[in-house]
Ligand binder design. Structure first.
Ligand code: DQA
Length: 138
């Protein structure tokens, strides 16, 4: 089972970015934990602050991998292009968010990803990624 985790803008700062919202663990450390926790999965990870690079990665893996776990971060609420890329590929995408975006500002309530995602997991901190991986492993 080949899975790609894709993180969008500012998620490279996890650990030091608003720790009261996003926690104090870096994604690099958390990714190591995930690899230990799910040895049956081949996990890959990509992060970019650039919308087009996220689209390129979705296109690159989206006909080959078994699943994509996508936290498009702020682009969730703005990107028609990422939504279209998800529609274009055959690999199912699970949308994740660390925070419960529905408890936050109004502009975070809308997602271009949700209507084209297989499912959505949000609000469980970094555990949202665990749950998304588990959803692919069954
Ligand atoms: C986020 C929520 C988004 O609204 C925000 O722009 C992020 C992170 C989350 O994981 O909670 O950067 O996707």
């Amino acid at each position: 089972m080949k899975l790609m985790i894709i993180n969008g803008p500012n998620l490279n700062l996890l650990g030091k970015r608003e720790p009261e919202v996003y926690g104090s663990t870096t994604f690099a450390d958390y990714f190591k934990e995930l690899q230990q926790k799910f040895p049956q999965a081949e996990l890959h990870y990509f992060q970019s602050n650039i919308e087009g690079e996220l689209i390129d990665k979705i296109q690159e893996v989206g006909f080959d991998y078994d699943g994509i776990v996508l936290n498009a971060a702020a682009y969730t609420h703005t990107s028609v292009g990422i939504g279209d890329a998800i529609k274009a590929v055959t690999t199912p995408v699970v949308e994740v968010h660390i925070s419960n975006t529905h408890k936050r500002e109004e502009f975070r309530h809308f997602s271009y990803i949700s209507p084209v995602a297989k499912g959505v997991i949000l609000g469980f901190g970094l555990q949202s990624y665990d749950l998304a991986i588990q959803s692919f492993l069954g």
